[in-house]
Design a binder for this molecule. Structure first.
Ligand SMILES: Nc1ncnc2c1ncn2[C@@H]1O[C@H](COP(=O)(O)OP(=O)(O)OP(=O)(O)O)[C@@H](O)[C@H]1O
Length: 304
């Protein structure tokens, strides 16, 4: 197959990579590594720098400072880029060309492509093979872009917000295909806004905001790091009083029931019960990745 991965060299890496657009710093000294066989989710809000990071890793753009590498070489070298598959947010494919022709043409660029039928089936395009690209729905066109990214059987696949605009069923089907590719040994880097997507797929999550990496961990590690658990309860105490306790990270009032994020739930419960013997509807919940995301992106001392 394309390139046999050396475990000591990351398949792709950014080292102190920065990118500016005029006065705007899109990336500010980002470090990121992708190793053989792993799924890395780059998670962040609009404008966090996810697409820019992907652009550097795939050689579409170059860094202003720091380095980007692919298989230990320069990602801007077309010969190096041949070892990856990329699904971008837009594709610029000819409307009049049929689905199968697009896939056949892209497959011809690779030394050991998948059989056409297999690529079409993986992308859910078997029934649409003879359709011109321009006669497909937006979601179907995304599938063609995905087919082009995987047809060469790359050991490393980049997918930029792959499930935007897909309905729930299509999104789950797509996750299943990504898992299958991972099981075949493909390393995958995906950008996403969806915490659920990162949680469902990723071995590692790189959480970005304002061009920086805020945290990098497994989904479970990120949840644990963000802050223990949440306690929900109805109380006679004002929310501001609860928010002032040292065990408390965040308080939200949900229709009169307080939702409290805490890194020390036992201490919080002891204090709360002592202060309010009438505490009702008590419930302790684990942190979701969404809680972790909120906590990490709103905290100041976040750099891990
Ligand atoms: N070609 C460009 N020219 C000028 N500014 C750019 C360019 N590309 C990106 N930017 C800016 O850089 C910042 C990071 O953009 P980027 O596309 O990397 O974010 P993102 O995390 O992928 O966001 P989204 O989730 O909206 O795709 C944004 O403020 C964006 O407006």
């Amino acid at each position: 197959m394309n390139r046999s991965p050396n475990r000591d060299i990351p398949l792709a890496a950014l080292r102190g990579a920065s990118k500016r657009y005029g006065a705007l710093t899109a990336l500010a000294g980002v470090d990121l590594e992708v190793r053989a066989g792993e799924v890395v989710a780059v998670l962040g809000a609009n404008g966090a720098g996810k697409t820019t990071a992907l652009g550097l890793l795939t050689g579409r753009i170059g860094p202003d400072a720091g380095q980007a590498s692919l298989f230990g070489a320069d990602p801007r070298d077309p010969a190096v880029r041949r070892g990856i598959g990329v699904m971008l947010q837009s594709a610029g494919l000819h409307d009049t060309v049929r689905v199968a022709e697009h896939v056949r043409l892209f497959s011809s660029y690779y030394p050991a492509p998948r059989p056409l039928d297999e690529t079409l089936a993986l992308a859910g395009l078997s029934e649409l093979a003879r359709r011109p690209y321009g006669a497909l729905s937006g979601g179907q066109q995304r599938r063609v872009q995905f087919a082009l990214a995987i047809c060469g059987r790359p050991p490393l696949l980049f997918v930029d917000e792959p499930t935007v605009g897909l309905d729930v069923e299509a999104r789950r089907a797509f996750w299943q295909v990504l898992r299958q590719l991972r099981d075949e040994g493909t390393a995958i880097v995906l950008t996403t806004h969806y915490l659920e997507e990162a949680d469902a797929l990723a071995d590692r999550v790189v959480l970005m905001a304002s061009g920086r990496v805020l945290a990098e961990d497994t989904p479970a590690g990120l949840k644990a790091r963000a802050a223990g658990r949440r306690v929900l309860a109805r109380t006679g105490l004002p929310a501001a009083a609860v928010a002032a306790w040292p065990e408390v990270r965040r308080v939200e009032d949900r229709d009169g029931r307080l939702d409290v994020a805490s890194h020390d739930v036992e201490a919080l419960l002891r204090r709360w019960l002592a202060a309010d013997a009438g505490l009702r509807e008590l419930e302790v919940r684990p942190m979701s990745l969404e809680d972790a995301f909120l906590t990490l992106t709103t905290r100041e001392e976040i750099r891990a």
